[in-house]
Design a protein around this ligand. Structure first.
Ligand code: SAM
Length: 318
């Protein structure tokens, strides 16, 4: 499958400290010298577009804490040939930034939120801030983005009692609520491996409370999600089943972290770095040639292959 989708991590820093994400063992963040600057990130992004990428998603860490993020969004959006620019955020700063992001050219936004209870929010993220995230969701809905999605990870004994509450949001608002299966990738998340709730369990819980889900045909922006709708709902429900389903054959994505490391596959220990080339002044064409070679090795890896690596979501952005 052609690689057309880049997830670009802007920073490893985050303003939350989620139980499954930032490693407990992590001793400090990357130094500023290691992080790519705006101009380098933009040049790398342009080279990916030249190599065939059509859609870029900005992620982190928390991408909205990147200094002058609106300027960076404007620079990346101006890349000729880029069809879509999206962002994944925890939503804490969206209330103040949603309008500016839309004006800067951001097309779509995904907001990660695992609970609607202030107490559970603090337990999962280590911070208060649910009201700010709710404000961010509302501001995003009125900012004119082509789509607003909520990403939820349901974990047994932590937030599974709220499964149907999230689905209900899709009835009341024009949002897509996407249930993403928990995916242990580092030591911190491995401690929660028994918290996995499969898509089948989540779907049953929703239908038991809110009635049958009608499956919809997948749209161009749905990626590996299977899309459903509750009768009469304003929005939709999606399921991303990275653990219980197998979608390597349909995977068209690649990831680059905030230091220029490129990850062809979450199940691959292999990384390649663009940073030295970028800092040696390589032009877009030379960078694109290097990127095309990485695209070629992507299909060597697949889910649960023995090559599966250890991944810090806080560096590569999910
Ligand atoms: N800070 C931004 C946010 O919260 O959306 C972007 C980065 S965050 C790492 C991106 C996504 O990865 C979030 O939706 C988060 O829930 C998800 N994530 C992190 N660790 C995960 C794990 N072990 N399994 C599944 N999803 C994970």
């Amino acid at each position: 499958m052609a690689v057309e989708y880049l997830r670009l991590s802007l920073t490893d820093r985050c303003n939350l400290n989620c139980i499954y994400c930032t490693p407990l063992e992590k001793d400090g963040f990357l130094s500023h010298a290691e992080l790519l600057r705006h101009e380098e990130l933009t040049r790398a992004a342009a080279a990916f577009v030249r190599a065939g990428v059509k859609k870029i998603r900005l992620t982190g860490g928390e991408p909205l804490i990147k200094k002058n993020v609106l300027e960076l969004v404007r620079m990346i959006r101006a890349i000729p040939g880029l069809q879509e620019l999206a962002l994944t955020t925890n939503g804490l700063l969206l209330g103040e930034l949603a309008g500016g992001l839309r004006e800067a050219g951001l097309d779509r936004v995904n907001i990660s939120l695992d609970t609607l209870s202030p107490k559970t929010f603090r337990e999962i993220t280590g911070h208060d801030g649910l009201d700010k995230v709710r404000d961010g969701i509302m501001k995003s809905l009125s900012a004119g983005f082509s789509q607003v999605k909520l990403n939820v990870i349901i974990m047994k004994g932590i937030n599974d009692a709220e499964t149907a509450d999230f689905a209900r949001l899709s009835a009341d608002y024009p949002l897509t609520v996407r249930y993403i299966e928990f995916f242990p990738t580092n030591k911190r998340s491995a401690r929660l491996k028994d918290a996995l709730v499969t898509t089948a369990e989540t779907k049953k819980k929703i239908e038991d409370v809110l009635g049958p889900l009608e499956q919809l045909p997948a749209g161009p922006g749905d990626g590996p999600a299977r899309i459903y709708k509750l009768a009469g709902a304003k929005g939709k429900i999606g399921f991303i089943s990275g653990r219980s389903d197998y979608f390597c054959g349909a995977c068209n994505r690649i990831r680059m972290d905030c230091t220029g490391k490129v990850y062809p596959c979450l199940f691959s220990p292999a990384t390649h770095s663009l940073r030295d080339l970028l800092r040696a002044g390589a032009d877009e064409a030379a960078l694109a040639d290097y990127i095309k070679k990485i695209f070629l090795v992507k299909s060597n890896y697949k889910k649960d292959s023995a090559s599966a690596g250890h991944i810090e979501m806080s560096s590569i952005g999910g």
